[in-house]
Design a protein around this ligand. Structure first.
Ligand code: XMP
Length: 327
């Protein structure tokens, strides 16, 4: 698949049969393109890179090496899921890089949001390039580019990047098997490839991860409060049947404290902010109004189970004027 233009005749993939046909066609093309050469892929665990990994494993097996960089800003259970699904179940050649200390040490004391984002992006490329340099004979780089990425980059809305912009010295040819698909089609293909629902229907997750939800200078304890409260929120939304219905939901832990009381003793601790939103284009966003019983349960669980937290707030602001993320 060399052209970046989706043919007008291409049907929208909505059924398992259409997904199977797409998969068969891609396996043939991937084998032709790659031959007996080696491919490298940055596997974040997001839908797009996961689908590309599953396709490449089917097409060329061990000629693919996946690199999963844990930068310490992933959601609870995500690195473990990547290892389980790709390393154990699909038998991929998987390199797991524990770069948690490296990222968090670099970010220590940095409170400017843009600088934080910059450090995370730059460090990611460095870690990935270091791993690539350890491998011999890689000719191709797999990328989870999807059609909206191409359209947005052509329209000048955002730079077309998937691994955060590749270093020039990594002289690879690109392999982009889902580049003509829309997100909903990638999910149908992922389902047909047998990936778990929690991966296929995963919410959008910013590249800088939980780092933009731990506002100001990131500390390990407050980052843990973001991760734990996010896990509780996801669990309760799933139990309430809201998974897949509400477009995106997450928690933020700002870097200020307020007074509270626990077991008759004064506390001075962080608030957890809950954000749950709906949108079609992410340009305009509305807020999901939650069932009061669900709100009560969330407040109860978060204030008792998350260390260092004594208050729960709800962000009921649409976009505009607020953005989705806090940083
Ligand atoms: P904002 O905060 O700009 O977010 O209203 C709109 C959507 O984009 C996601 N987002 C990102 N996604 N890399 C990404 O891949 C990023 O750096 C990034 N920042 C925000 C955000 O989660 C929301 O869905």
């Amino acid at each position: 698949m060399t052209s970046n233009k989706r043919p007008d005749t291409m049907e929208r993939i909505t059924t398992p049969q259409q997904a199977e046909a797409f998969i068969e066609e891609q396996l043939k093309e991937l084998r032709e393109q790659i031959g007996d050469k080696k491919v490298l892929l940055a596997l974040s665990g997001g839908v797009d890179s996961s689908v590309v990994a599953a396709l490449l494993i089917k097409a060329v097996g061990k000629q693919l090496t996946c690199v999963h960089v844990n930068h310490g800003l992933l959601r609870k259970g995500e690195p473990e899921q990547v290892i389980k699904v790709f390393g154990e179940e699909l038998g991929a050649n998987l390199i797991y890089v524990d770069a948690v200390d490296r990222f968090l040490d670099k970010l220590a004391g940095v409170d400017d949001p843009e600088t934080k984002r910059h450090i995370i992006g730059e460090e990611f490329i460095k870690v990935f390039a270091e791993e690539a340099a350890k491998l011999d004979g890689i000719k191709f780089l797999g990328q989870g580019t999807i059609y909206p990425d191409i359209l947005e980059s052509e329209a000048g809305i955002k730079a077309h990047h998937n691994v955060g912009g590749l270093p020039e010295e990594l002289d690879f040819e690109l392999v982009e098997p889902v580049k003509l698909l829309y997100k909903d089609e990638v999910r149908v293909v992922g389902k047909a490839l047998g990936l778990p629902d929690s991966m296929v229907y995963r919410q959008p997750f910013p590249g800088p991860g939980l780092g933009v939800r731990c506002t100001g200078a990131i500390t390990r304890d407050r980052l843990e409060a973001v991760r734990e409260s996010d896990a509780i929120l996801r669990e309760e939304f799933e139990k309430a049947g809201l998974q897949g219905k509400v477009w995106q939901y997450f928690t933020v832990v700002p870097d200020y404290k307020s007074t509270g009381i626990t077991d008759g003793k004064r506390t001075y601790a962080w608030p957890v902010v809950i954000r749950a939103i709906n949108t079609t284009d992410v340009v305009e966003v509305t807020v999901e109004h939650l069932d009061p019983a669900l709100i009560d349960r969330l407040v109860q669980r978060i204030t008792t189970e998350v260390k260092g937290v004594n208050r729960v707030l709800f962000d009921y602001t649409p976009k505009p004027p607020a953005t989705v993320e806090w940083e």
